[in-house]
Design a protein around this ligand. Sequence first.
Ligand code: GLN
Length: 538
Amino acid sequence: MTSKTKYIFVTGGVTSSLGKGIIAASLAKLLQAQGYRVTIQKLDPYINVDPGTLNPYEHGECYVTEDGAETDLDLGHYERFLNVPTSQANNVTTGRIYQSVIQKERQGKFLGKTVQVVPHITNEIKRRVQILGKSGDYDIVITEIGGTVGDIESLPYIEAVRQLRWDLGEDNGLVIHLTLVPYLSAAGELKTKPTQHSVKTLMESGVQADILVCRTEHKLPKDLRRKLALFCNVTVDSVIQSIDASTIYDVPNLMLKEGLDKIVLKKLALESSEPNIDIWNKFVHRHKNPKSEVRIGLIGKYVELQDSYKSILEAFIHAGAENEVKVNVESVHSEYLNDENAELMLGHLDAVLVAPGFGERGIEGKISAVKYVREQKIPFLGICLGMQMAVIEFARNVLDLKQANSTEMEPETAHPVINLMEEQKTIKDKGGTMRLGAWACQLVPDSKAAKIYQTDAIKERHRHRYEFNSDYKAQIEAGGMKATGFNPKTNLVEIVEVEDHPWFMGVQYHPEYKSTVANPHPLFVAFVKAAFKHKKTK
Ligand code: GLN
């Protein structure tokens, strides 16, 4: 088989959490900066059809693509690094693979045959891997295989990689194995044995790693690289050190220094040149050399988990760099917030963001946070559930509709200012059935939103079932909270602003999903600017 698109597979050994996603994204960045059209795909070996039904305790944030796929948070890193949108095809799970194979079986596509892991499941994996390559849009597809080599669940994926390496031919595919080289402080030594074993495990499945990327806390000396090369069947220049970095945004430059891009291109028989990463480096410089700082509260119920609000935290990094300000995000657990302690918990902050979320837990604390910042005129951004809480707070405390609530929390509420979207009313299934992906939004001229976006037509990504109840729109607007963004087809309210406030915005969509290094999100940029302004007036 001849193939124009080249395939890079990234596997992981020894332990999870080595940062395969960041390595894949960093390599992709370096290749993209040499003129190659690159995309990254993640294969996840769990049986959920997508991570949309998992809670953040299980899986961190669920990232949403333009075309409405609920995906692994690594896709967020891919977009933030590459500034190119991903899609349904960029995240594949075991659940989805089996779902399509079983569907085909029921349709009689394999009539008369026994349906098996090899070849039916592996064929489906191979087909999914090649969808992006066959689209003609990419020169290089990087496929990251979730999990750790040796896991029972990963076996069909590794087998598919083995077959694909063979099908694609010599220069058209390669395997990068990300592994750990631990430092034993008692021995005062870096140890290669775990890597030797994981490379061997990979070989038991017939896959030879072409390049080793070694996560390490200490520099890898030359002799250790030689030893790894000798035991693992790779050349010395294919042993790449990935030393712990203070920020993930340093990793592309670290990989450049190690020559990861060069060795990859050489093995794929592609030309290499000096990557142009000026815009990237300008961002990294600003990120690391802020002129000032602000404190922004993130009010949520998963604040103890680093990954739950990943895209929001990254959007703050982009917006901070743009403003040359360090954004110190202070997590505040909404379950412990109330009207009495709001001053104590939030009084010192320069701005407050109320996070997205589902269900009743912690919502009263979110409402108290909104009340406090609205009254104290502290800059506020509410995202999705955060916007809905802002509407409820306004109805309760400004319009005096004390029973105001969302029907998500209180189905029989007397004042359902937030209620289930019409099209959701007949839906019973939970998987993939929310309002998902990018939708058009028309901005009211001269609104704060229109000024920030500098246009009156935007497209933003969504993930929700409930909406602003238009029956209350006239009353809410008369009270001073204006609807300034609408879905042009359904008239659904997407943005609210409080008039008599320096910076108070609630958005039904998720701006954080679209913030990238090259394009920091305008709403986050303006919000950080407002925080800085507020700090100066204090
Ligand atoms: N639970 C709310 C809804 O479904 C908000 C969802 C969210 O914050 N992503 O509408």
